[in-house]
Design a protein around this ligand. Structure first.
Ligand SMILES: C[S@@+](CC[C@H](N)C(=O)[O-])C[C@H]1O[C@@H](n2cnc3c(N)ncnc32)[C@H](O)[C@@H]1O
Ligand SMILES: [Zn+2]
Length: 405
């Protein structure tokens, strides 16, 4: 290589990556200046790709053809070729000639050159020339800098019927409501700053994919998705058909949020304006969206991921495995989660342990789960008023037991 490299191991791959200089404090800066992009902190993202593709391939029971149009060092494609059974061919691409060279070298070093082809090509061009029958892919992984929306049209066109697309979005400022105008431009939906903004981010991304797919008479359904670190990640299945696309669009809507009491509800696109008034405090609710307001994962696909993990190296990634389990449990709840600390501070009570709140809710007959979006977050069918009441009760009980002691 014409630049300094170092060797790393990730999963079953041994790879050349650019050597980074500078203090550990400035690693992000060093990474952005590296001749080819490589981020070890995205390992969870790549591990999840291995697991999702393994589950998908197992179900298809045939070989699959993949595309990674923004491949960087090639680490993702090389790992998919090594770790997932039945990968027949991977077409990778990058605009950066150094990325293409190192990706080719990495494919060679890991003895998967026979399956991998790397092109020096713009991602939309690479996907466009594969947008016709017999040239499409079973799985397309779009992992760009920032937003994947500039690549959505060509990704949908290049994906086979029943195929999977994987999208990473790292532009969390627009998606979480810090820059709402940029979010509207890129994702076609308005975000709100709320305690569940990471979930909104994922729903806005899913919404953008659903509306783009619909233009090509294609439906999209999320099979697995999550938020972690500084990004959101969506895996969705695309199916052809105008009716299916209409059905998929019927899962678009708004989240109405009361900024005064934190009540929230999901409503369809053509919502009755009366529903914009908070049931609890009577304030006018603000809307976020349009966005995807239905399930962000398919529980049976999550189960298949758990089964596929047996015998795979990524099965040893405990963070990934508990993520899959939690995402599966969260699917049956409506949009939005509550932050225990926010509610406690609003009612003037000290913070309560998450386990205590979970058991208090389920003892009173409510459905409740932790959420992967936030350590102190819970999803429940209890309303904000019921939650405040239960947390006040816990606080009063605590006071009584400390008086007795
Ligand atoms: C976030 S990095 C990819 C990281 C890689 N997927 C991984 O798992 O390590 C994004 C890559 O996209 C490339 N890139 C940016 N814009 C592009 C475009 N329009 N077409 C093709 N490649 C592009 C960059 O050179 C960079 O290597
Ligand atoms: Zn209210």
């Amino acid at each position: 290589m014409e630049f300094p490299t170092t060797v790393v191991r990730e999963g079953e791959a041994t790879l050349l990556v650019p050597e980074l200089y500078g203090s550990t404090k400035n690693l992000d800066r060093a990474r952005s200046r590296a001749p080819v992009f490589y981020n070890p902190r995205m390992r969870l993202n790549r591990d999840s790709a291995v697991l999702v593709l393994a589950a998908h391939q197992k179900k298809l029971t045939r070989n699959v053809v993949l595309c990674e149009p923004l491949c960087g060092t090639g680490i993702r494609g090389v790992r998919l070729a090594l770790e997932v059974e039945g990968v027949e061919r991977i077409l990778m691409g990058d605009l950066n000639p150094r990325a293409v060279r190192i990706a080719e070298e990495n494919a060679y070093k890991n003895r998967v050159s026979d399956k991998i082809e790397v092109r020096l090509m713009e991602a939309n061009l690479l996907l466009s020339i594969h947008g016709r029958p017999l040239h499409r892919f079973d799985y397309i992984d779009v992992d760009p800098f920032g937003s994947p929306t500039p690549f959505l049209d060509t990704t949908v066109r290049a994906c086979k019927k029943g195929g999977l697309v994987a999208l990473t979005a790292t532009d969390m400022a627009p998606l979480c409501g810090v820059n709402p105008r940029a979010c509207l431009r890129k994702y076609g939906g308005r975000p709100l700053k709320t305690e569940y903004s990471h979930e909104q981010a994922l729903r806005l991304l899913a919404g953008a994919l659903a509306t783009t797919s619909a233009r090509y008479e294609t439906s999209m359904s999320p099979v697995f998705s999550y938020s972690a670190d500084h990004y959101v990640r969506l895996y969705a299945r695309l199916e052809k058909g105008a009716r299916k696309a209409d059905q998929s669009l019927s899962n678009m809507g708004y989240i109405l949020h009361c900024c005064k009491c934190s009540d929230r509800k999901a409503v369809p696109l053509r919502a009755d304006p009366a529903s914009y008034v908070c049931d609890f405090c009577g304030s006018r609710m603000r809307e976020a969206g349009p966005m995807w307001v239905e399930n962000l994962a398919d529980p049976s696909f999550c189960e298949e991921m758990l089964e596929a993990s047996e015998g795979l190296g990524v099965g040893g990634n405990r963070r990934l495995m508990s993520l899959v389990q939690l995402v599966k449990e969260e699917t049956s709840f409506s949009p939005g989660y509550f932050d225990i600390d926010d509610i406690c501070s609003r009612i003037g009570a000290p913070s309560q342990a998450t386990d205590r709140v979970l058991s208090a809710l389920s003892d009173r007959g409510f459905r409740v789960t932790r959420t992967h979006f936030e350590d102190r977050g819970i999803k429940t069918d209890a309303t904000i008023a019921e939650l405040e009441h239960i947390l006040t009760e816990i606080h009063i009980d605590e006071g009584r037991s400390s008086d007795v002691a």
